[in-house]
Design a protein around this ligand. Sequence first.
Ligand SMILES: Nc1ncnc2c1ncn2[C@@H]1O[C@H](COP(=O)(O)OP(=O)(O)OP(=O)(O)O)[C@@H](O)[C@H]1O
Ligand SMILES: O=P(O)(O)OC[C@@]1(O)O[C@H](CO)[C@@H](O)[C@@H]1O
Length: 320
Amino acid sequence: MARILTLTLNPALDLAIRLGTIRLGEVNRTESTRLDAAGKGINVARVLAGLGHDVTVSGLLGADNETAFVRTFAACGLRDAFIRVPGETRINAKLSEPDGRVTDLNGPGPLIPAHALDALTERLGSLLPGLDAVVISGSLPPNVPPAKLADLVRMARERQVPVWLDTSGAALVSGLAARPTAAKPNETELAEWAGRPLDTPEARLQAARRLNAEGVDEVLVSVGAEGVLWAWRGNALMAVPPRVQVASTVGAGDTLLAGTLHGVLSGWPRERSLRFATALAAESVRHVGVGDPSAVDFELLQQQTSIRSLPVDPHTGEKR
Ligand SMILES: Nc1ncnc2c1ncn2[C@@H]1O[C@H](COP(=O)(O)OP(=O)(O)OP(=O)(O)O)[C@@H](O)[C@H]1O
Ligand SMILES: O=P(O)(O)OC[C@@]1(O)O[C@H](CO)[C@@H](O)[C@@H]1O
């Protein structure tokens, strides 16, 4: 069992809405709605706790609507180290249509007072000793500067704690410059960082290798139903998930990150970690919420996940 901290600076209540094909500008009747305490780091934490790890969750949580979060933390066995901030945590709407298309409407989050950011830094400092990994996930509230994310990454790295980063936009650029141990951008996020479209496997591999060269040791690029690219020290693996019936892809990336980190912290070979994580992410898209390794057909999902090595990088010339 590993000790892991996940940081979510901008958590969310996810309002999952299932409906027929959306008619914009009209009254739409929904099939079902549900509201869950979520946000990337919290989703990651749920998976890791379910896999038997000792997980603490922290970040910034609105004091006025914390009830669902506090209940979820208790139900999932997560240690609550969130800093409370004035106001409400945002609500993110997730619209799922019958063809599997999911539309995310993510809010900006509350304004964060300066003293809450200082408290978060202090909290991180007190939580770092003895940790096996820190996961920093999700966007930043509107008035939190991207440089703050880089500070948090650096703080953990200076104390030799591995940092896994999953964010987007300016926060991703800033966070990556602080050299986290690992990053999990999706294709769009990596393209934004690279400053060009990455619509071919070669382009994605090249961008991932550039990130490796800039000091991010492990780069996982998620590409939806196409799968996952994992690049490190001149080597790369590609995983292709099995075909599954899609209900909601929300949280698939978080499940992938958590599954991979679980494999790494368990000392598994990369192929085994990637197979496990890719199958778990595929399991997650079949329903609302994160992946469940106790699903009856999880073994079959792992068998149906294909993994292959990509050519060794001629520039580093490293062999696996
Ligand atoms: N339709 C699908 N079928 C099977 N696996 C899927 C499908 N969609 C996503 N996955 C798996 O989940 C992983 C993560 O998905 P995606 O690339 O959409 O992440 P993401 O954009 O970070 O998601 P989110 O931010 O909502 O958690 C993919 O790499 C893939 O392994
Ligand atoms: O707006 P962010 O912080 O980038 O993403 C937030 C979010 O979309 O990420 C999770 C899925 O990965 C959801 O639970 C949550 O609503």
